[in-house]
Design a binder for this molecule. Structure first.
Ligand SMILES: NC(=O)c1ccc[n+]([C@@H]2O[C@H](COP(=O)([O-])OP(=O)(O)OC[C@H]3O[C@@H](n4cnc5c(N)ncnc54)[C@H](O)[C@@H]3O)[C@@H](O)[C@H]2O)c1
Length: 439
């Protein structure tokens, strides 16, 4: 049950990858939840208990948790932030910041915050959990509340809590991931802590400033981007030396202070590739240049086109005058995800198509949305000159356990393994007359 009788009714604004499992986590703890989602298509799916997310809690799939919540009468789906806020004691905002051709678009987040502040009853807590450019909570939430004549810390409470979960582990990480909290006054901090502690069992660390909390989240993401760039460059160096990069990383990570991430087909999703665009304006505002961070971003951004071109040159050599055919397993932005936003795997497919290849891609977890996607591995590999293993999915791994199935590919075809799916790929594929390249 919620720890404070003051915060029994929780609104969550934005029922996406973060907001949906977060709202359900509050419901699991006994809160009455008002989930606001302004995308009518998504809301109507949720109303029917349908979600494509791959989250689960203790073996129970998120769709089952959603259905139980809806049936309980204590979990309400509404169409606007205002409607949810009006009925709640506290509102948690998890609206994202889209990235368009001109950079980050804070419009949807600002719009949601405005709705929340305008609807917030006296004594309401507004807890922002979105990842934001440093300064956003002050400029877009505190300033707005003050402009509306609200007395922050007395009749409205405001705090920032960076969201740190990873997709696929949301329920567990809402409970177990240490939390950072920042606020502009002690009363808001205390309210925010009480609301966070309804779900979290982990430590809650208070930030000396809201901006430090915002920046800590941004640099966590930037650090992962840089770390992956290191692994990517290591992979490039290992390949001509015929050394398995995943083995090198496994060995290095036995050191207690080393934690190298792994290379792959690139870096995707809304968090890591965009992290630098949250950080750079802040650095530039203070006259600081960040050549290392920029170089790392470039290294990662180069991977999908390089991978596509390399696979295609092998496929073209086999295809002769015909269009080279390339099969792709995994379209998600990372292993075991249903999220194809800014996915390097999708970029690889589009690059290949742009260069004249016929692409046949399979990803059972990613809802069908691409002309070149079908949920049939056998269709994808039939006669293919190359197979790219880009992001793992359990169903595809099971299918690939029967390696001789790949004999349906074109003789001499190459399997490009970007995620170490087939640790001994050379030995497995040689009897089938297939080439193997692990990045
Ligand atoms: N996805 C992750 O794993 C993850 C992890 C850590 C942090 N974050 C951060 O959390 C935030 C949310 O990310 P996400 O992946 O859940 O985004 P998302 O796009 O999946 O979800 C946001 C939802 O908000 C809805 N929305 C937008 N404006 C609204 C409004 N005015 N009223 C009601 N609903 C509204 C959108 O329709 C969307 O469904 C982002 O800032 C992101 O950077 C995400």
């Amino acid at each position: 049950m919620p720890s404070s009788s003051q915060d029994r009714r929780i609104a969550v604004v934005g029922l996406g990858f973060v907001g949906l499992p977060l709202s359900l986590s509050y419901w699991q703890q006994g809160a009455e939840v008002f989930g606001a989602e302004n995308d009518p298509r998504l809301r109507s799916e949720l109303e029917r208990g349908v979600t494509h997310h791959l989250e689960s809690d203790d073996g129970q799939p998120i769709a089952a948790i959603l259905s139980a919540a809806l049936a309980s009468g204590r979990y309400h789906l509404v169409g606007s932030a205002a409607e949810a806020t009006r009925q709640a004691d506290a509102t948690i905002v998890t609206v994202g910041i889209p990235h368009g051709p001109t950079g980050l678009d804070l419009g949807p987040l600002r719009g949601a915050l405005q709705e929340v502040v305008d609807a917030a009853p006296p004594g309401h807590l507004v807890l922002l959990r979105s990842t934001v450019p440093p300064g956003t909570t002050r400029q877009s939430l505190l300033a707005l509340a003050r402009a509306r004549g609200r007395n922050v810390g007395e009749d409205i409470f405001i705090a920032y809590c960076p969201e740190r979960i990873a997709e696929g582990r949301a329920f567990r990480e809402f409970r177990e991931m240490p939390v950072i909290l920042g606020a502009f006054d002690e009363a808001s901090l205390a309210r925010a802590r009480a609301v966070v502690e309804v779900v979290t069992r982990a430590s809650v660390t208070t930030s000396a400033s809201v901006e430090a909390a915002e920046l800590s989240k941004v640099i966590e993401n930037v650090q992962r981007d840089v770390n992956i760039a290191v692994a990517q460059e290591l992979a490039r160096a290992c390949e001509p030396a015929d050394i398995d990069v995943f083995e090198v990383i496994r060995l290095a990570n036995t050191h207690t202070r080393v934690h190298l991430l792994e290379p792959g087909p690139g870096v995707g999703g809304f968090c890591l590739p965009l992290a630098l665009s949250y950080f750079l304006p802040f650095a530039q505002e203070h006259g600081v240049v960040t050549p290392t961070l920029l170089a790392a971003r470039r290294t990662n951004a180069e991977v999908p086109p390089l991978l596509a071109e390399r696979a295609l040159s092998h496929a073209r050599a086999l295809a002769g005058d015909a269009a080279p055919r390339v099969a792709v397993f995994g379209l998600a932005m990372k292993d075991y995800s249903n999220d194809a936003r800014l996915s390097p795997a999708v970029e690889v497919c589009e690059t290949l198509r742009g260069l004249g290849a016929e692409v046949r891609a399979v990803d059972p977890a990613v809802p069908p949305q691409f002309a070149f996607q079908r949920d049939e591995p056998a269709w994808a590999i039939e006669g293919a000159h190359a197979l790219l293993l880009l992001s793992r999915q359990t169903a595809l791994e099971s299918w690939l356990e029967d390696v001789p199935r790949l004999g349906a590919m074109h003789p001499g075809a190459i399997v490009v393994d970007a995620r170490n799916w087939l640790p001994h790929g050379d030995e497995l594929l040689a009897p089938l007359g297939l080439a193997y390249w692990k990045i």
